[in-house]
Design a protein around this ligand. Sequence first.
Ligand code: LLP
Length: 441
Amino acid sequence: MVNLDREDSFVIKEVKDGILYFDGCNTLELAKQYGTPLYVLSETDIVSRFAALRTSFLEKWPGSRAAYACKAFCTPAMLALTAREGMCIDVVSGGELYTAISSRFPPERIEFNGNNKLPSELELAIQYGIGRIIIDSPQELALIEKICAARKKRVKVLYRVTPGVQADTHDYIITGKKDSKFGLPMDDDIIFPSIEAAIHSPYVDFLGVHFHVGSQLFEVRPYLEAVDTVLDLMKQTRERFGCDMTELNLGGGFGVTYTDEVRQPFDYFLAPVMEKIAAFCQREGFERPALVVEPGRSIVAEAGINLYTIGSIKDIPGVRKYLSVDGGMTDNIRHALYQAVYTGVIANKADAPAEEAVTVCGKCCESGDILMRDAKLPKAEPGDILAMFSTGAYGFSMASNYNSSPIPAVVLVKEGQSDLIVRRQSYEDLISNAIIPQRLK
Ligand code: LLP
Protein backbone atom coordinates (compact mmCIF):
# COMPACT_ATOMS: atom_id res chain seq x y z
CA MET A 1 0.00 0.00 0.00
CA VAL A 2 1.45 3.36 -1.05
CA ASN A 3 0.15 6.65 0.28
CA LEU A 4 -0.25 9.32 -2.42
CA ASP A 5 -1.20 12.09 -0.03
CA ARG A 6 1.19 14.70 1.24
CA GLU A 7 2.59 14.15 4.70
CA ASP A 8 0.50 16.98 6.14
CA SER A 9 -2.70 15.66 4.64
CA PHE A 10 -5.16 12.93 5.59
CA VAL A 11 -4.52 9.54 3.99
CA ILE A 12 -7.33 9.11 1.50
CA LYS A 13 -5.47 8.31 -1.72
CA GLU A 14 -3.70 4.97 -1.71
CA VAL A 15 -2.34 2.58 -4.31
CA LYS A 16 -2.87 -1.18 -4.00
CA ASP A 17 -1.73 -3.56 -6.76
CA GLY A 18 -1.34 -0.62 -9.13
CA ILE A 19 -4.91 0.60 -8.55
CA LEU A 20 -5.88 3.94 -7.02
CA TYR A 21 -8.08 3.70 -3.94
CA PHE A 22 -9.89 6.77 -2.67
CA ASP A 23 -11.22 6.82 0.89
CA GLY A 24 -11.08 3.03 0.84
CA CYS A 25 -12.86 2.62 -2.53
CA ASN A 26 -11.33 1.02 -5.61
CA THR A 27 -11.61 3.83 -8.19
CA LEU A 28 -11.84 1.37 -11.11
CA GLU A 29 -14.87 -0.22 -9.51
CA LEU A 30 -16.39 3.22 -8.92
CA ALA A 31 -15.87 4.04 -12.60
CA LYS A 32 -17.47 0.72 -13.60
CA GLN A 33 -20.41 0.99 -11.21
CA TYR A 34 -21.31 4.66 -11.73
CA GLY A 35 -19.75 5.38 -15.15
CA THR A 36 -17.44 8.23 -16.14
CA PRO A 37 -16.97 11.14 -16.00
CA LEU A 38 -17.57 10.92 -12.28
CA TYR A 39 -17.17 13.30 -9.37
CA VAL A 40 -16.04 11.45 -6.23
CA LEU A 41 -16.05 13.17 -2.82
CA SER A 42 -14.49 11.76 0.34
CA GLU A 43 -16.63 12.15 3.43
CA THR A 44 -13.63 11.32 5.62
CA ASP A 45 -11.67 14.23 4.19
CA ILE A 46 -14.55 16.73 4.50
CA VAL A 47 -15.28 15.68 8.08
CA SER A 48 -11.58 16.00 8.94
CA ARG A 49 -11.49 19.56 7.59
CA PHE A 50 -14.49 20.50 9.71
CA ALA A 51 -12.84 18.83 12.72
CA ALA A 52 -9.67 20.86 12.12
CA LEU A 53 -11.71 24.06 12.05
CA ARG A 54 -13.44 23.01 15.24
CA THR A 55 -10.30 22.27 17.23
CA SER A 56 -8.10 25.06 15.89
CA PHE A 57 -10.67 27.85 15.85
CA LEU A 58 -14.25 27.27 17.01
CA GLU A 59 -13.41 25.65 20.33
CA LYS A 60 -10.65 28.14 21.08
CA TRP A 61 -12.81 31.22 20.55
CA PRO A 62 -16.30 30.84 22.02
CA GLY A 63 -18.95 32.58 19.92
CA SER A 64 -17.04 32.09 16.66
CA ARG A 65 -18.72 30.34 13.74
CA ALA A 66 -17.74 28.69 10.47
CA ALA A 67 -20.18 29.06 7.58
CA TYR A 68 -19.24 26.66 4.79
CA ALA A 69 -19.41 28.65 1.51
CA CYS A 70 -21.54 26.18 -0.35
CA LYS A 71 -20.86 27.77 -3.74
CA ALA A 72 -17.78 25.51 -3.70
CA PHE A 73 -19.91 22.36 -3.76
CA CYS A 74 -23.62 22.45 -3.11
CA THR A 75 -25.81 19.37 -3.02
CA PRO A 76 -28.44 18.30 -0.48
CA ALA A 77 -26.13 15.55 0.83
CA MET A 78 -23.25 17.99 1.32
CA LEU A 79 -25.52 20.37 3.19
CA ALA A 80 -26.90 17.53 5.32
CA LEU A 81 -23.29 16.61 6.18
CA THR A 82 -22.48 20.25 6.98
CA ALA A 83 -25.53 20.47 9.25
CA ARG A 84 -24.62 17.22 10.99
CA GLU A 85 -21.12 18.58 11.66
CA GLY A 86 -22.69 21.56 13.43
CA MET A 87 -21.50 24.14 10.92
CA CYS A 88 -23.29 27.12 9.42
CA ILE A 89 -23.51 27.78 5.67
CA ASP A 90 -23.04 30.79 3.45
CA VAL A 91 -25.46 30.85 0.50
CA VAL A 92 -25.33 33.29 -2.40
CA SER A 93 -28.48 32.59 -4.38
CA GLY A 94 -32.08 31.49 -4.18
CA GLY A 95 -31.00 28.15 -5.61
CA GLU A 96 -28.45 27.50 -2.87
CA LEU A 97 -30.97 28.66 -0.29
CA TYR A 98 -33.60 26.34 -1.74
CA THR A 99 -31.12 23.46 -1.61
CA ALA A 100 -30.50 24.26 2.05
CA ILE A 101 -34.22 24.47 2.81
CA SER A 102 -34.86 21.20 0.98
CA SER A 103 -32.22 19.47 3.10
CA ARG A 104 -33.83 21.03 6.23
CA PHE A 105 -30.77 23.05 7.07
CA PRO A 106 -31.40 24.92 10.35
CA PRO A 107 -32.47 28.44 9.25
CA GLU A 108 -30.60 30.30 11.99
CA ARG A 109 -27.35 28.76 10.71
CA ILE A 110 -27.74 30.19 7.18
CA GLU A 111 -26.00 33.40 6.10
CA PHE A 112 -26.88 35.07 2.81
CA ASN A 113 -24.27 36.89 0.68
CA GLY A 114 -24.58 38.35 -2.81
CA ASN A 115 -24.22 41.65 -4.64
CA ASN A 116 -27.68 41.67 -6.22
CA LYS A 117 -30.04 39.61 -4.10
CA LEU A 118 -33.38 39.52 -5.85
CA PRO A 119 -36.56 40.54 -4.04
CA SER A 120 -37.81 36.95 -4.45
CA GLU A 121 -34.57 35.57 -2.92
CA LEU A 122 -34.80 37.95 0.05
CA GLU A 123 -38.47 37.00 0.52
CA LEU A 124 -37.52 33.32 0.67
CA ALA A 125 -34.66 34.04 3.09
CA ILE A 126 -36.72 36.20 5.43
CA GLN A 127 -39.70 33.88 5.35
CA TYR A 128 -37.46 30.89 6.24
CA GLY A 129 -35.97 32.94 9.10
CA ILE A 130 -32.31 32.73 8.13
CA GLY A 131 -29.62 33.78 10.59
CA ARG A 132 -27.84 36.63 8.79
CA ILE A 133 -28.19 38.72 5.67
CA ILE A 134 -24.93 40.30 4.56
CA ILE A 135 -26.06 43.56 2.93
CA ASP A 136 -24.04 44.38 -0.15
CA SER A 137 -25.46 47.68 -1.46
CA PRO A 138 -27.19 50.82 -0.17
CA GLN A 139 -30.47 49.76 -1.87
CA GLU A 140 -30.57 46.35 -0.24
CA LEU A 141 -31.44 47.63 3.23
CA ALA A 142 -34.60 49.33 1.88
CA LEU A 143 -35.60 46.11 0.12
CA ILE A 144 -35.12 44.07 3.30
CA GLU A 145 -37.09 46.61 5.34
CA LYS A 146 -40.00 46.48 2.90
CA ILE A 147 -40.17 42.68 3.08
CA CYS A 148 -39.80 42.63 6.87
CA ALA A 149 -42.53 45.26 7.24
CA ALA A 150 -44.93 43.27 5.07
CA ARG A 151 -44.18 39.98 6.83
CA LYS A 152 -43.74 41.35 10.33
CA LYS A 153 -40.22 39.94 10.55
CA ARG A 154 -36.88 41.15 11.79
CA VAL A 155 -33.45 40.03 10.54
CA LYS A 156 -29.89 40.25 11.70
CA VAL A 157 -27.63 42.01 9.21
CA LEU A 158 -24.01 42.85 8.52
CA TYR A 159 -22.60 45.12 5.82
CA ARG A 160 -20.12 43.73 3.36
CA VAL A 161 -17.27 46.18 2.86
CA THR A 162 -14.29 46.26 0.51
CA PRO A 163 -11.28 46.92 2.70
CA GLY A 164 -9.17 47.70 -0.38
CA VAL A 165 -6.30 45.30 0.29
CA GLN A 166 -4.17 43.58 -2.33
CA ALA A 167 -4.07 39.78 -2.36
CA ASP A 168 -1.77 37.54 -4.34
CA THR A 169 -4.10 35.34 -6.41
CA HIS A 170 -5.78 35.16 -9.82
CA ASP A 171 -7.40 38.50 -10.69
CA TYR A 172 -10.81 36.87 -11.24
CA ILE A 173 -10.95 35.62 -7.65
CA ILE A 174 -9.85 38.80 -5.86
CA THR A 175 -12.94 40.38 -4.35
CA GLY A 176 -11.81 42.63 -1.51
CA LYS A 177 -10.27 45.40 -3.63
CA LYS A 178 -12.04 48.74 -3.93
CA ASP A 179 -12.85 48.37 -7.63
CA SER A 180 -15.24 45.46 -7.08
CA LYS A 181 -18.88 44.70 -7.72
CA PHE A 182 -19.04 43.32 -4.17
CA GLY A 183 -19.54 45.24 -0.95
CA LEU A 184 -19.59 48.88 0.02
CA PRO A 185 -16.48 51.01 -0.39
CA MET A 186 -15.29 52.33 2.95
CA ASP A 187 -15.61 56.01 2.02
CA ASP A 188 -17.05 57.92 4.96
CA ASP A 189 -19.94 59.37 2.98
CA ILE A 190 -21.05 55.90 1.86
CA ILE A 191 -20.37 53.60 4.77
CA PHE A 192 -21.48 55.76 7.71
CA PRO A 193 -24.91 56.77 6.37
CA SER A 194 -25.49 53.06 5.57
CA ILE A 195 -24.49 51.95 9.06
CA GLU A 196 -26.58 54.71 10.63
CA ALA A 197 -29.63 53.66 8.62
CA ALA A 198 -29.25 50.05 9.75
CA ILE A 199 -28.74 51.02 13.40
CA HIS A 200 -31.94 53.06 13.36
CA SER A 201 -34.01 50.65 11.32
CA PRO A 202 -36.95 49.05 13.15
CA TYR A 203 -36.64 45.94 10.96
CA VAL A 204 -33.01 44.89 11.26
CA ASP A 205 -30.48 44.23 13.98
CA PHE A 206 -27.15 45.62 12.81
CA LEU A 207 -24.36 43.33 14.03
CA GLY A 208 -21.22 44.32 12.20
CA VAL A 209 -19.28 44.01 8.97
CA HIS A 210 -18.10 41.37 6.53
CA PHE A 211 -15.24 41.27 4.02
CA HIS A 212 -13.79 38.66 1.72
CA VAL A 213 -10.37 39.52 0.34
CA GLY A 214 -10.05 36.81 -2.27
CA SER A 215 -9.72 33.11 -2.83
CA GLN A 216 -6.86 30.58 -2.83
CA LEU A 217 -4.70 32.67 -0.46
CA PHE A 218 -1.61 31.47 1.39
CA GLU A 219 -0.64 34.58 3.31
CA VAL A 220 -2.18 36.02 6.44
CA ARG A 221 -1.07 39.55 5.56
CA PRO A 222 -4.15 40.62 3.53
CA TYR A 223 -6.45 39.31 6.28
CA LEU A 224 -4.57 41.28 8.93
CA GLU A 225 -4.62 44.43 6.81
CA ALA A 226 -8.34 44.06 6.24
CA VAL A 227 -8.95 43.40 9.94
CA ASP A 228 -7.12 46.65 10.76
CA THR A 229 -9.49 48.61 8.55
CA VAL A 230 -12.64 47.01 9.99
CA LEU A 231 -11.44 47.48 13.57
CA ASP A 232 -10.99 51.15 12.80
CA LEU A 233 -14.52 51.17 11.39
CA MET A 234 -15.73 49.53 14.60
CA LYS A 235 -14.11 52.29 16.64
CA GLN A 236 -15.57 55.04 14.47
CA THR A 237 -19.01 53.45 14.61
CA ARG A 238 -18.89 53.64 18.39
CA GLU A 239 -17.65 57.23 18.32
CA ARG A 240 -20.25 58.40 15.80
CA PHE A 241 -23.30 56.40 16.82
CA GLY A 242 -22.56 54.90 20.23
CA CYS A 243 -23.05 51.46 18.74
CA ASP A 244 -20.64 48.53 19.24
CA MET A 245 -20.36 45.91 16.51
CA THR A 246 -20.76 42.42 17.91
CA GLU A 247 -19.77 40.39 14.86
CA LEU A 248 -17.05 40.44 12.22
CA ASN A 249 -17.01 38.11 9.23
CA LEU A 250 -13.73 37.67 7.38
CA GLY A 251 -15.00 35.54 4.50
CA GLY A 252 -13.13 32.55 3.16
CA GLY A 253 -10.20 32.20 0.81
CA PHE A 254 -7.86 29.77 2.61
CA GLY A 255 -5.64 28.17 -0.04
CA VAL A 256 -5.44 24.46 -0.83
CA THR A 257 -3.00 22.11 -2.52
CA TYR A 258 -3.63 21.51 -6.21
CA THR A 259 -0.03 20.65 -7.15
CA ASP A 260 2.85 21.73 -4.94
CA GLU A 261 1.29 24.62 -3.00
CA VAL A 262 1.81 24.23 0.73
CA ARG A 263 -1.56 24.42 2.40
CA GLN A 264 -1.55 26.39 5.65
CA PRO A 265 -3.52 25.08 8.61
CA PHE A 266 -6.58 27.15 9.57
CA ASP A 267 -4.91 28.58 12.66
CA TYR A 268 -2.06 29.98 10.57
CA PHE A 269 -4.66 32.53 9.41
CA LEU A 270 -7.05 32.61 12.33
CA ALA A 271 -4.74 32.72 15.38
CA PRO A 272 -3.04 36.04 14.43
CA VAL A 273 -6.38 37.50 13.36
CA MET A 274 -7.98 36.60 16.68
CA GLU A 275 -4.98 37.90 18.61
CA LYS A 276 -5.17 41.20 16.75
CA ILE A 277 -8.90 41.52 17.48
CA ALA A 278 -8.46 40.55 21.14
CA ALA A 279 -5.62 43.05 21.62
CA PHE A 280 -7.65 45.83 19.98
CA CYS A 281 -10.68 45.07 22.14
CA GLN A 282 -8.64 45.11 25.31
CA ARG A 283 -6.93 48.37 24.36
CA GLU A 284 -10.12 50.14 23.30
CA GLY A 285 -12.49 48.64 25.85
CA PHE A 286 -14.70 46.63 23.49
CA GLU A 287 -16.29 43.23 24.10
CA ARG A 288 -14.59 40.84 21.65
CA PRO A 289 -16.93 40.49 18.65
CA ALA A 290 -17.82 37.01 17.38
CA LEU A 291 -15.63 36.09 14.41
CA VAL A 292 -17.21 34.24 11.49
CA VAL A 293 -15.33 32.59 8.63
CA GLU A 294 -16.69 31.31 5.33
CA PRO A 295 -14.36 28.62 4.01
CA GLY A 296 -15.44 26.94 0.79
CA ARG A 297 -12.52 25.53 -1.18
CA SER A 298 -10.55 24.57 1.95
CA ILE A 299 -13.37 22.26 3.04
CA VAL A 300 -13.97 20.34 -0.18
CA ALA A 301 -11.22 20.85 -2.78
CA GLU A 302 -8.87 18.05 -1.74
CA ALA A 303 -11.82 15.84 -0.80
CA GLY A 304 -12.67 15.48 -4.48
CA ILE A 305 -11.30 13.55 -7.43
CA ASN A 306 -12.69 13.34 -10.95
CA LEU A 307 -12.60 10.06 -12.87
CA TYR A 308 -12.55 10.03 -16.67
CA THR A 309 -12.15 7.38 -19.33
CA ILE A 310 -9.37 8.10 -21.80
CA GLY A 311 -10.49 7.92 -25.44
CA SER A 312 -8.60 9.21 -28.43
CA ILE A 313 -4.87 9.85 -28.15
CA LYS A 314 -3.14 12.17 -30.63
CA ASP A 315 0.59 12.56 -30.80
CA ILE A 316 1.49 15.61 -32.88
CA PRO A 317 5.20 15.10 -33.56
CA GLY A 318 7.33 17.88 -32.12
CA VAL A 319 4.27 19.66 -30.73
CA ARG A 320 2.37 17.80 -28.03
CA LYS A 321 0.44 14.69 -27.18
CA TYR A 322 -3.27 15.08 -26.51
CA LEU A 323 -5.18 12.63 -24.34
CA SER A 324 -8.91 13.13 -24.80
CA VAL A 325 -11.24 12.19 -21.99
CA ASP A 326 -15.02 11.75 -21.85
CA GLY A 327 -15.60 14.98 -19.87
CA GLY A 328 -13.88 18.37 -19.99
CA MET A 329 -14.56 22.04 -19.38
CA THR A 330 -18.22 21.22 -18.85
CA ASP A 331 -17.41 19.37 -15.60
CA ASN A 332 -14.30 21.38 -14.64
CA ILE A 333 -13.91 24.80 -16.19
CA ARG A 334 -11.11 25.90 -13.88
CA HIS A 335 -8.21 25.42 -16.29
CA ALA A 336 -10.08 27.10 -19.13
CA LEU A 337 -11.13 30.01 -16.91
CA TYR A 338 -8.22 30.55 -14.53
CA GLN A 339 -5.41 28.44 -16.05
CA ALA A 340 -5.72 26.32 -12.90
CA VAL A 341 -3.15 23.52 -12.69
CA TYR A 342 -4.00 20.01 -11.50
CA THR A 343 -2.24 16.73 -11.02
CA GLY A 344 -3.54 13.22 -11.38
CA VAL A 345 -2.72 9.60 -12.10
CA ILE A 346 -3.92 6.84 -14.33
CA ALA A 347 -6.03 4.96 -11.83
CA ASN A 348 -5.30 1.53 -13.33
CA LYS A 349 -1.54 2.27 -13.58
CA ALA A 350 -1.22 4.22 -10.38
CA ASP A 351 2.26 2.96 -9.54
CA ALA A 352 3.69 3.20 -13.07
CA PRO A 353 6.36 5.88 -13.62
CA ALA A 354 5.05 9.18 -15.01
CA GLU A 355 7.18 9.14 -18.15
CA GLU A 356 5.19 11.23 -20.62
CA ALA A 357 4.24 14.91 -20.76
CA VAL A 358 0.70 15.06 -22.11
CA THR A 359 -2.12 17.56 -22.41
CA VAL A 360 -5.43 16.21 -21.17
CA CYS A 361 -8.34 17.71 -23.07
CA GLY A 362 -12.07 17.28 -22.99
CA LYS A 363 -14.54 16.46 -25.75
CA CYS A 364 -16.10 19.91 -26.22
CA CYS A 365 -15.96 21.85 -29.49
CA GLU A 366 -13.60 24.40 -28.03
CA SER A 367 -9.80 24.53 -28.29
CA GLY A 368 -9.58 25.90 -24.75
CA ASP A 369 -11.25 22.75 -23.44
CA ILE A 370 -8.17 21.66 -21.53
CA LEU A 371 -8.12 19.98 -18.12
CA MET A 372 -4.37 19.56 -17.63
CA ARG A 373 -1.62 21.07 -19.76
CA ASP A 374 1.77 19.33 -19.89
CA ALA A 375 0.87 16.87 -17.15
CA LYS A 376 3.26 14.04 -16.34
CA LEU A 377 1.53 10.65 -16.65
CA PRO A 378 2.46 7.05 -17.43
CA LYS A 379 1.96 5.93 -21.03
CA ALA A 380 -1.79 5.89 -21.52
CA GLU A 381 -4.04 3.78 -23.70
CA PRO A 382 -7.68 4.23 -24.69
CA GLY A 383 -9.87 2.79 -21.95
CA ASP A 384 -7.54 3.76 -19.13
CA ILE A 385 -9.14 5.64 -16.23
CA LEU A 386 -7.68 9.05 -15.44
CA ALA A 387 -8.06 10.38 -11.89
CA MET A 388 -7.64 14.13 -11.44
CA PHE A 389 -6.96 15.30 -7.89
CA SER A 390 -8.25 18.21 -5.78
CA THR A 391 -11.34 18.72 -7.90
CA GLY A 392 -13.91 18.91 -5.08
CA ALA A 393 -14.33 22.71 -5.11
CA TYR A 394 -15.82 24.73 -7.96
CA GLY A 395 -15.96 21.74 -10.31
CA PHE A 396 -19.46 20.33 -10.01
CA SER A 397 -20.73 23.73 -8.87
CA MET A 398 -19.46 25.42 -12.05
CA ALA A 399 -20.48 22.60 -14.41
CA SER A 400 -22.37 23.49 -17.55
CA ASN A 401 -24.35 21.77 -20.27
CA TYR A 402 -22.26 23.23 -23.11
CA ASN A 403 -22.45 21.04 -26.22
CA SER A 404 -25.49 19.45 -24.54
CA SER A 405 -23.16 17.48 -22.32
CA PRO A 406 -24.96 15.84 -19.39
CA ILE A 407 -23.56 16.81 -15.99
CA PRO A 408 -21.80 13.78 -14.43
CA ALA A 409 -22.95 11.90 -11.35
CA VAL A 410 -21.53 12.60 -7.89
CA VAL A 411 -20.61 9.83 -5.48
CA LEU A 412 -19.81 10.27 -1.79
CA VAL A 413 -17.32 7.73 -0.49
CA LYS A 414 -16.38 6.82 3.04
CA GLU A 415 -14.04 4.07 4.19
CA GLY A 416 -14.81 1.75 1.32
CA GLN A 417 -18.51 2.53 1.04
CA SER A 418 -19.96 4.57 -1.84
CA ASP A 419 -23.29 6.35 -2.25
CA LEU A 420 -24.68 8.13 -5.26
CA ILE A 421 -25.56 11.68 -4.14
CA VAL A 422 -26.34 13.24 -7.53
CA ARG A 423 -27.62 11.18 -10.45
CA ARG A 424 -25.94 11.63 -13.83
CA GLN A 425 -28.04 13.82 -16.11
CA SER A 426 -29.71 11.91 -18.91
CA TYR A 427 -30.31 13.16 -22.44
CA GLU A 428 -33.99 13.50 -21.44
CA ASP A 429 -32.96 15.77 -18.54
CA LEU A 430 -31.16 18.00 -21.03
CA ILE A 431 -34.35 18.81 -22.91
CA SER A 432 -36.83 18.44 -20.07
CA ASN A 433 -37.48 22.22 -19.85
CA ALA A 434 -37.48 22.82 -23.58
CA ILE A 435 -40.67 23.51 -25.54
CA ILE A 436 -41.37 23.37 -29.29
CA PRO A 437 -44.00 26.01 -30.12
CA GLN A 438 -47.11 24.66 -31.83
CA ARG A 439 -46.32 26.47 -35.09
CA LEU A 440 -43.06 24.54 -35.45
CA LYS A 441 -44.60 21.16 -34.97
N1 LLP B 1 -17.25 34.09 1.17
C1 LLP B 1 -17.47 34.93 0.16
C2 LLP B 1 -18.22 36.16 0.38
C3 LLP B 1 -16.98 34.62 -1.12
O1 LLP B 1 -17.17 35.46 -2.13
C4 LLP B 1 -16.29 33.40 -1.33
C5 LLP B 1 -15.81 33.02 -2.64
C6 LLP B 1 -16.11 32.55 -0.22
C7 LLP B 1 -16.60 32.94 1.02
C8 LLP B 1 -15.42 31.23 -0.32
O2 LLP B 1 -14.09 31.36 -0.72
P1 LLP B 1 -13.11 30.08 -0.70
O3 LLP B 1 -12.90 29.70 0.73
O4 LLP B 1 -13.78 28.99 -1.46
O5 LLP B 1 -11.88 30.56 -1.38
N2 LLP B 1 -14.81 29.93 -8.83
C9 LLP B 1 -13.53 30.34 -8.28
C10 LLP B 1 -13.66 30.78 -6.85
C11 LLP B 1 -14.61 31.95 -6.67
C12 LLP B 1 -14.76 32.30 -5.22
C13 LLP B 1 -15.75 33.39 -5.04
N3 LLP B 1 -16.03 33.70 -3.69
C14 LLP B 1 -12.53 29.19 -8.42
O6 LLP B 1 -12.89 28.16 -8.98
O7 LLP B 1 -11.37 29.32 -8.04
